[in-house]
Design a protein around this ligand. Structure first.
Ligand SMILES: Cc1cc2nc3c(=O)[nH]c(=O)nc-3n(C[C@H](O)[C@H](O)[C@H](O)COP(=O)(O)OP(=O)(O)OC[C@H]3O[C@@H](n4cnc5c(N)ncnc54)[C@H](O)[C@@H]3O)c2cc1C
Length: 492
């Protein structure tokens, strides 16, 4: 009998260098390739914000459309459903007597819970056939086997709630371990797959032949994502446009000149498309793999020599890698107020201050300019993110989780591990060893001096002027933080 598999897509929206597709092609004859648009993305969560804003939805819609086209050109089909995956997938598995389920290893808590639920209910789902689950390394640079050697944690059989000291306690240490392991050839970063295989055949499926899922069936991706803006389908250089094809074009373009040799000195700039790689959005939706970026970087270094600056791209990708495994190890603790170490910060939630921050209406022009950039484009530079997050937890003394949740809504490159990990770091409840030393100036997280940041990164005020325009002059650091007093009365 011919075997049927199901590939449940997530943040791996690509055809190339895709271990799930490669494994499926070796294992099954027929394959359902499924993506679920989850209703919970559009409702306000515990931080009173919709989880996925318009910028992210737009990018996701573009990514899904490109993947759909690509799969169709190879005789496969992308099946998109609007509904809870734990409702949709069991129905498909039973109806089509699926024997193999493929999924990229998604490290964050919610995704891990969903996967675990499926594993726990494997017997009920199997309706007689053997059901095998494949959770594969498809989003990270280092594979589970090598990371287990590096951390001394058996990743495949890890226990929930490992103590903080059991995982590598800081990024610097992680980076040193990786660099040493590479030097001693204990492991190498895997090359991207060459993709010389034929995809398994699709399972013919449409709402008319499968009524149980008809209500979840998505025929119009924009409608299902409740998109307000129309997309003219144009991919322009200098903006984020979702999808694998756009990602690969951007990757090739980035390494087509000498930019990587300047990267280290300009990556901290507040604006400028060319100053940092801008790979993040495509990496977040998985239109591009980190392995592909490293392969392109190595190719560049072979042709144009290696420099401290080109190396720094690898260095930054190691941050991504660190937070990826950190999220897998710490699970719920990535989202807890007291972080991984049970240190409660001295901050709270003040709705009025929070609104000033999200509306780009704080007393700090630089913060307002960065927030305007975020609200209008869905992107902000790394330096901008550090500045506004530091202001959020220090000047405004707000509960860091609300800031992280706002980023989750807005950022076009939202990635649970990188976002919540960086916020924890800045709030002093995460992976920053200096924040744990009570004598350190970073004992309460990373506090950026806003005046100095402005002098250093926007000395002529051009960035502020660009984003605030005529409003730039009405924001001064003498403005007040609070507009209401403790009793809720307006402060004049
Ligand atoms: C508060 C805060 C929240 C953040 N939220 C996210 C997020 O949701 N998604 C996200 O991808 N990045 C996040 N970052 C990290 C970083 O700001 C972005 O990755 C970077 O600005 C994206 O632009 P780029 O691709 O041009 O980066 P580049 O400077 O070109 O870096 C190359 C790649 O390295 C990785 N990288 C760089 N810096 C970091 C970092 N500090 N942590 C993890 N990975 C890094 C990214 O994958 C990036 O694409 C956050 C940083 C802060 C301070």
């Amino acid at each position: 009998m011919q075997k049927t598999g199901l590939y449940w897509l997530g943040n791996d929206l690509r055809r190339h260098d895709n271990h799930c597709l490669a494994q499926a092609s070796k294992t099954v004859e027929h394959l359902l390739v499924v993506y679920c648009i989850e209703p919970q993305w559009f409702t306000a969560g515990r931080y009173q914000q919709v989880r996925m804003g318009q910028h992210r939805r737009q990018f996701l819609a573009q990514s899904l459309k490109q993947l759909k086209q690509q799969l169709e050109s190879e005789g496969q089909q992308l099946l998109i459903f609007a509904g809870d995956p734990l409702t949709v997938l069991p129905k498909l598995i039973k109806q089509y007597k699926v024997e193999h389920v493929f999924r990229s290893l998604h490290p964050a808590f919610d995704e891990q819970q969903q996967w675990q639920w499926l594993l726990d209910n494997s017997d009920q789902l199997s309706s007689g056939q053997t059901l095998q689950w494949h959770e594969l390394d498809n989003l990270s640079l280092i594979n589970q086997h090598d990371i287990s050697k590096l951390t001394n944690i058996d990743i495949a059989h890890r226990q929930a709630n490992l103590a903080p000291q059991e995982f590598i306690p800081s990024f610097s240490k992680f980076r040193r371990f990786v660099e040493t392991a590479i030097k001693k050839q204990h492991f190498i970063i895997d090359e991207p797959l060459t993709d010389q295989y034929t995809l398994p055949k699709p399972v013919a499926l449409s709402p008319s032949n499968y009524t149980q899922l008809a209500e979840h069936w998505v025929s119009d991706i924009d409608d299902a994502l409740e998109l307000h803006a129309t997309d003219n389908g144009q991919t322009n250089k200098g903006i984020f446009y979702g999808g694998e094809q756009s990602a690969l074009e951007h990757l090739n373009h980035y390494f087509s000149d000498q930019r990587a040799h300047q990267y280290k000195s300009v990556r901290n700039a507040l604006s400028g498309w060319e100053n940092s790689t801008k790979f993040s959005a495509w990496l977040a939706d998985g239109c591009l793999s980190a392995r592909q970026v490293i392969a392109a970087l190595h190719q560049f270094e072979r042709q144009h020599e290696r420099s401290d600056s080109s190396y720094w791209i690898f260095f930054e990708l190691l941050w991504r890698e660190y937070f990826y495994w950190y999220a897998l190890i710490y699970q719920q603790r990535l989202f807890r107020f007291s972080g991984i170490d049970n240190r409660r910060p001295l901050s709270s939630f003040y709705p009025d201050r929070f609104k000033c921050w999200t509306d780009a209406n704080t007393p700090y022009p630089l913060v307002n300019a960065c927030m305007t950039q975020l609200n209008k484009t869905g992107y902000m530079s790394n330096r901008g993110r550090q500045i506004v997050a530091s202001c959020f937890v220090n000047e405004l003394q707000l509960d860091w989780r609300y800031g992280a949740a706002y980023f989750e809504t807005q950022l076009i490159d939202y990635d649970p591990a990188a976002n919540w990990g960086n916020w924890q770091y800045l709030a002093g409840v995460g992976a920053d060893p200096r924040s744990k030393d009570p004598k350190s100036i970073h004992a309460d997280g990373r506090h950026f001096d806003l005046t100095k940041q402005q002098q250093r990164f926007d000395p002529k005020g051009e960035f502020i002027q660009h984003w605030l325009g005529s409003d730039a002059s009405i924001h001064t650091s003498e403005s007040i933080i609070d507009h209401i007093d403790a009793n809720g009365w307006p402060i004049k």
